[in-house]
Write a protein that binds this ligand. Structure first.
Ligand code: FES
Length: 168
């Protein structure tokens, strides 16, 4: 099967994830408020939010696919392509920018040899410049997957990349 054929494969939630979503539905008068949870589960299952994922969620939650896509594009936690095993998000919004966020972003790109939203050839790392992640008190900050690193410095860039390179 080619990659193109794979991309056209319909996305279906696993039974386990469907059970979780059905439980969420019981908390709301309509299914729409469950869209963020559904997208998160889909991303965990599929790796990223594809067109097929959007269609499946829209069908399941009785929503317009464009509205589901609107949620995907609004929040930086949703990815529309497969990212690296370690997805590094660097905040360059005001608080982080004033404390060196851009320099950190530039250095991580240089060290990995990739540009914004790219993935390293081995699939291990990807990088994304993001807006405020709500951790301004610890600016500048970066996130590696779901872990936040606050009061980050350029010196710590090499340290963290080296330790991630060694982990499996
Ligand atoms: S400005 Fe960077 S976390 Fe808020």
């Amino acid at each position: 099967m080619t990659n193109n054929q794979l991309q056209m494969t319909n996305f279906k939630f696993t039974e386990d994830n469907l059970t979780k979503l059905k439980e969420e539905f019981t908390h709301y008068p309509s299914k729409k408020p469950v869209v963020m949870k559904a997208l998160w589960l889909a991303q965990e299952q599929n790796g990223y939010i594809s067109q097929e994922v959007i269609k499946e969620i829209a069908d399941l939650l009785e929503m317009n696919p464009a509205d589901v896509l609107g949620v995907v594009t609004f929040y930086t936690m949703y990815q529309q392509k497969q990212m690296g095993k370690f997805h590094i998000q660097v905040c360059t919004n005001v608080s982080c920018m004033l404390r060196g966020g851009y320099e950190i972003f530039k250095l991580v790109k240089e060290k990995l040899g990739i540009d914004n939203l790219d993935v390293t050839e081995d699939g291990k790392f990807s990088i994304e410049e993001v807006e405020c992640m709500g951790a301004c008190g610890g600016a500048p900050m970066i996130a590696v997957n779901e872990d936040y690193y606050e009061n980050f410095t350029q010196e710590k860039v090499t340290e963290i990349l080296d330790s991630l390179k060694q982990s499996n």
